[in-house]
Design a protein around this ligand. Structure first.
Ligand SMILES: [Zn+2]
Length: 184
């Protein structure tokens, strides 16, 4: 099923907006993928590879929207490199320095300094608005049971059941190795 509406952050709030309305906006649109915690361009092939529900992607508009996505914990997509757009660092640096104590764009986009980890996403703010979970959540490899339990508790506190969580693994079908979610 093709989705034609998305949650879009614009003018200080999230609204469910149709693609038609979004296309009318004469500003840069940013896309954030909940399952991976990555933000990128709406043209990103990696990001377009299969949003299946409204709970997979949120969008945002303009400079304010970009800062908001960083505030919500998203980091740059290594496929479409949103950081290469004009003024990216000019717009985001204050937020990045304050949030992560990383002082350069190189550090902010360096995945060994700020690794792939969707636990960084502020689920507490996003889920009560969109109310739908992504189909899976990507975490770093090698997390302990305690860390999975902690994430599970976080989701329960927000009022949601943790979806399948795991890590990227090119060796297995679906390229996703699941963590067992220990019972509480
Ligand atoms: Zn991308």
């Amino acid at each position: 099923m093709k989705i034609n509406r998305y949650f879009v952050f614009n003018n200080g709030r999230f609204d469910l907006i149709s693609l038609k309305e979004i296309e009318k906006l004469d500003e840069q649109i940013w896309s954030a993928r909940l399952s991976t915690g990555l933000l990128g361009l709406t043209s990103c092939l990696s990001g377009n590879r299969g949003p299946k529900s409204i709970g997979e992607i949120i969008l945002s508009v303009g400079d304010e929207g970009l800062i908001k996505l960083i505030d919500l914990g998203f980091i740059t997509c290594p496929a479409c490199h949103p950081e290469k757009t004009d003024r990216f660092w000019e717009v985001t640096q204050r937020k990045v320095i304050k949030k992560y104590c990383l002082n350069t764009l190189e550090d902010f986009t360096n995945k060994s300094k700020l690794p792939f980890d969707a636990r960084r996403v502020l689920w507490e703010e996003i889920l009560p608005i969109i109310k739908i979970l992504p189909g899976r959540i990507y975490l770093p490899k090698g997390l302990s049971n305690e860390e999975i339990i902690e994430l599970n508790k976080r989701f329960i506190q927000i009022g949601f059941k943790l979806p399948p969580v795991g890590y990227y693994n090119p060796e297995v079908p679906g390229r996703f190795s699941k963590y067992q979610i220990p019972s509480l």
